[in-house]
Ligand binder design. Structure first.
Ligand code: 4NP
Length: 150
């Protein structure tokens, strides 16, 4: 799961997906990263920690890291939150196989619409709640698509 800072959207997506993967006992490795370096080593934004906690998901232990080209080797699928993340991640890929691993997270929920998970960083609580709802539904759709469990 990749966003810009790795302190709001992608740690939430990481935490929600991890929780579903654990519940469904899927043999998947889940992680998150940011394309920017501003917040490396920091915990998620306190507003996102609280938003997740209110829904029973603990993301307080995550620490921001930057996306690296090695992530193309370590992961089969790389989900980005918006078009800017998409461009930045693709610019680090050096093969078609790696480029094909990258897609917008919301493609699972709204195929072919190129919709983005909006950045809540400068927003209010309702923006954080909206991100939770979107990411929760998108990760559910992702699991359903990848496991053919429809
Ligand atoms: P994120 O949100 O990409 O969802 O983690 C942001 C976090 C920090 C900044 C921007 C977006 N920032 O400008 O510091």
């Amino acid at each position: 799961m990749v966003c810009l800072g790795n302190i709001c959207r992608s740690p939430l997506a990481d935490g929600i997906l991890r929780s579903k993967v654990s519940e469904k006992k899927l043999p998947w490795m889940v992680d998150s990263a940011g394309t920017a370096a501003y917040h490396i080593g920091n915990p998620p934004d306190h507003r996102m920690i609280q938003t997740a906690k209110d829904k029973g998901i603990d993301i307080s232990g995550l620490r921001a890291r930057r996306f690296t080209s090695e992530d193309f080797l370590a992961f089969d699928r790389i989900y980005v939150m918006d078009q800017s993340n998409y461009k930045n991640v693709l610019s680090m890929a050096n093969s078609n196989a790696h480029r094909q691993k990258v897609s917008l997270l919301l493609d699972h929920l709204y195929p072919n619409k190129q919709l983005e998970v909006p950045d809540p960083y400068y927003g209010n609580q309702s923006d954080f709640d909206a991100v939770f709802t979107l990411v929760n539904e998108a990760t559910e759709a992702l699991i359903s698509d990848l496991t053919n469990d429809k």
